[in-house]
Design a protein around this ligand. Sequence first.
Ligand SMILES: *Cc1c(COP(=O)(O)O)cnc(C)c1O
Length: 383
Amino acid sequence: MKSFPYSRQWITKKDIKAVTKSLTSKLITQGQLVKQFEAEICQLTGAAYAVAVSSGTAALHLAVLALELDSFTGITSPLSFVASANCILYSGGKVKFSDVDPVYHNIDPLGFGKTLTSDTRLLIPVDYAGHPCDWDKIRTIAKRQNLFIIRDACHSLGSLYQGKQAGSGDWADMTVFSFHPLKAITTGEGGMIVTNHAQLAEKCQILRAHGIIKDPDRLSHQPDPWYYEMQSLGYNYRITEFQSALGISQIKKLPMFIQQRRKIAEVYHQELGGIKWIDLPREAVHCRSAYHLYPVEINYKQFGLTRKDLMLALRKNNIFTQVHYIPIHYQPYYRNRFGFNLGDFPNAETFYQRTLSLPIYPKMKKKDAKFVSQCIKKILQIK
Ligand SMILES: *Cc1c(COP(=O)(O)O)cnc(C)c1O
């Protein structure tokens, strides 16, 4: 029986060939393919610089570090993967959350006002489910308050805002992508920072390889042939050549991948639209979502069952749904350490109570999405 996960990568024979070929070259880490992958992401997004790293989390960490902030507060969305907030803690900052809007579930620019304090230096808005944030408003507020913006675009590679790709650099100081298998394209594990600022890109480059510098022009004295210097505290966040080979091969398919995801979303719109007590993802006029997720909101009570009942009944049909996300401030670590409470961010929490992410991935067929929709309708007894 066919099974339907909420997401799944699509690796082709061509991808495998590209990876295999890269494995026979002399360098299998930090060679030409890393540079080529970075160049292709620049070309796609329109950003001037790109730095490929070992994960989206590493990309977020380095992006925050590159800003060289001292005792600062960073604000992100409570409705995200934990990495969006953790990167602030890694870098010695204080985390605050600002609630999402009830329609697109992205951080609400109107809510920042009461969250801002004098030490707030950084915003990390997340394009939830692949739908761009209200970037014009976010940029305006950030400029006025002198805040840096790191765009967590781990869901939104291939999305458009006012016709521009995520990562274009018009709205954020840096944009971060993930190439985890469930994201728009994959390198196994992998991530990327893109920016229009040469200095920030250079800092990320140095920090991804231990903070070590070999360029003779940048060393403190004329070097001996073996000489290098560690000038800052970096990490090993390098990506490999063979991961980059996969990335280069995958990025060619990104337009098709996004188109396929949008086709599946369209089927769900048709099959589940207009049903009372079910709300579907919406798309703002100036936005094109990448549909990383398809989170529906259901008022389970009205159908006489719980979310767990629905999830388990779907599982019997080999349909595997998921919930994105348990709000970050609900996590024991955040609650115990920082005293966050239930009720702190009502929009994120209400959404969390109702949401369910339906299967959506490029290889999914229209008839698969119809099958999923019909199963949902059957279980909820909708005629
Ligand atoms: C996946 C994801 C990350 C982390 O990316 P990894 O490559 O898994 O480290 C960060 N933020 C968001 C919103 C994500 O979905």
